[in-house]
Structure formats: C-alpha cells, structure tokens
Ligand binder design. Sequence first.
Ligand code: AMP
Ligand code: TRP
Length: 339
Amino acid sequence: MTAHPNLILSGMQPTNTLHLGNYLGALKNWVKLQDEMPCLYCVVDMHAITQDTGYRHPKELAAATREVTAAYIAAGVDPGRSILFNQSQVPEHAELAWIFNCVGRLGWLDRMTQFKEKTGKHKERASVGLYTYPLLMAADILVYKATHVPVGEDQRQHLELSRDIAQKFNSDYDLPDFFPLPEPVIVGTGTRVMSLRDGTKKMSKSDESDYSRINLTDDVDTIAQKIRKARTDPNPLPENGKGFEGRPEAENLVNIYAALSDTSRGDVLAKFGGRQFSEFKNELAELAVAKLTPIAAEMRRLLTDPAEIDRILANGAERARGIAAPIMTEVKQVIGFVG
Ligand code: AMP
Ligand code: TRP
C-alpha cells in the first residue's frame, strides 16, 4: 500500500543507568535490526527533561547522554552504519512536535497509561511536557518517515498513538500516503523483563531498590549477588510452561536465561526442569556475567574519551538532519506555512 522505504527509528532516555530490561527489551534487538534495514538510533534527551530526574542537573544530563550513547555502541550499534545521535541536536524533532500538538487530541493523551503511572495522584504537578511526551515521540519517528520502531512491550500504546497521529495528519490534508503508519517491532521473551524483587513489576530504573535490577554497568560480583538474592519460591524449576502458574519470579528468571542465551523457554526448561533454583541461579549468573560484562568494559573504555562520543553524536545529528530537514520542508508546505 504505502511506498515508504523500510526505515527503523528508536530511542531511549538518558536518565539513570541502563538495565537488563533495556538491553533485552530493546537494545539487543536494535543491534540485530541493523542487518535488515537502515537504522536511526536516538538518545532522547528532550524527553529526559519532562521529569525532575532529567531536569536541573546539566552536568548529569550531559553525562547520561554520553553514557547511553556509549551503551548503544558497546552493545553493538555501529555508528558507521546506523545514524546515532541525540534528539536535541536535530531541531526538526521539536518543530514537528509542535505541529503534532495541534494534531493530537486531549482525549488521546488522557488515555496514556504511562502518564498515569508516572504521575500517580499528582497529575496537576506534572509538567505539560510529560503529558505531551507521546507527541514528541511521534515526531521523533515521523520526522524521518520511519516505518519500524523496535521497543519494549510497554511502549506499544505510545506507538499506536504515533499511528493515530500519522493517520489523522494524512486524512486532514487528504494525502493518504504522506506519513507511513509506523509498526512496532516487539520480539521474543525478553520484551518484558520483570523486577528481581517482585515478578509482577517491570524491571525499572525508577525502582528504589537497586537489587530489583541488573544495571549494564554492574560488575561481576554485583551481578552474581543480585541473581543469588533474586526472589524465588522454594519449589524446583517446573518441567514445562504450565508450571509457572502463580510463580512470576520463577518465570522471569527463566525468561531472562532464555533471552540471554538466545534460546526458547522450552529449551531452558528441558535443561533445568526439576532442578533447584540455587543451582539454576549459579548458571544464570555465569551467563549474565559472560554477556553483560564485556558491554560494561567497552562502555568504560568509550567513556574515557567523551570528545570522541560528542563527535559521533554531532556526525549522526548531521546525517539525521539530512533526512529530517527536507521532510520538514514538505510538512510546512502541506500545512500552508509561508517561506
Ligand atoms: P525506558 O528505560 O523506559 O526509557 O525504556 C527504554 C527502552 O527499554 C524502551 O524500548 C522500553 O520498552 C525498554 N524497556 C524498559 N524497561 C524494560 C523492561 N523491564 N523489560 C523490557 N523492556 C524494557
Ligand atoms: N518513550 C520511549 C521510552 O520511554 C523513548 C522514545 C522516545 C522512543 N522517542 C522514541 C522510542 C521514538 C522509540 C521511538 O522508552
């Protein structure tokens, strides 16, 4: 139907350190997708100032932007092949976001569960930016006419909103193919990694307990200790998936093992079914250390040369603008802005 060439765009916020959920739910997938289509990977620093965690600490925000960039590269994003940049260096994102502020409807934003989760009972104290955050996200994607967006399961609703925006713009201006309707790319068992302390809660950087997550920068001992202390129940591993009923922590650890080893849950249970968690945790710790510590080491190496990271981001931003600027010119013509 649409003539839009395949193009990937995704991004993460530079707030706190990245964790295993970010890696298995998003980053690992980004790396693979580089073999399939052209990719743009963005550090969304403008999203980071929608909440106090990213706001008010200029040095911290800059450091976090460089750290997330280093994590992308260390995990395997190749800045030669893919376009790697930070959002604030490409002003077209903000420009299109304003227009989308006028396309999006209050009713659509009112349905966003992440906003409700993030603000809890104190909606009136949230920034307006946090409320319109999904519209900036839609602009991130559509300013390149990107067709595919690899994210974790929790971003599905925001992506649906991006599709609604594209569709409404296209129909308002009677240009059915102007923007593509971007598709989520959500794969595999790793897409929702849960807290190590509570298998019903998502692993999250905002959890106050550091034992709830494995950070990409954790050292060998910390990873091993967090896995050893991860909550489980006294029963051995089940023989098959049905045995996870009512055992979210057990299920989460097995999912993590499957995702880290690129196998299925069935394979993991075929190997470990009936064995004790203490034994399984040792193997899981070994696997996590083997997969994650090389990434941490590479991140540390890259961060010794922040000027080089800044050069990579500036180069990526220039290439990104090369795509975004002509699309923005087209958008302005469509709307009727003179100039
Ligand atoms: P965030 O850390 O919320 O900015 O998310 C950055 C990316 O990581 C998004 O694509 C999320 O969907 C993904 N992500 C964050 N937490 C998890 C998790 N616990 N499990 C799977 N994916 C996650
Ligand atoms: N909202 C996303 C998250 O919290 C981050 C994000 C911003 C994003 N812009 C994007 C993801 C564009 C994909 C595409 O994870």
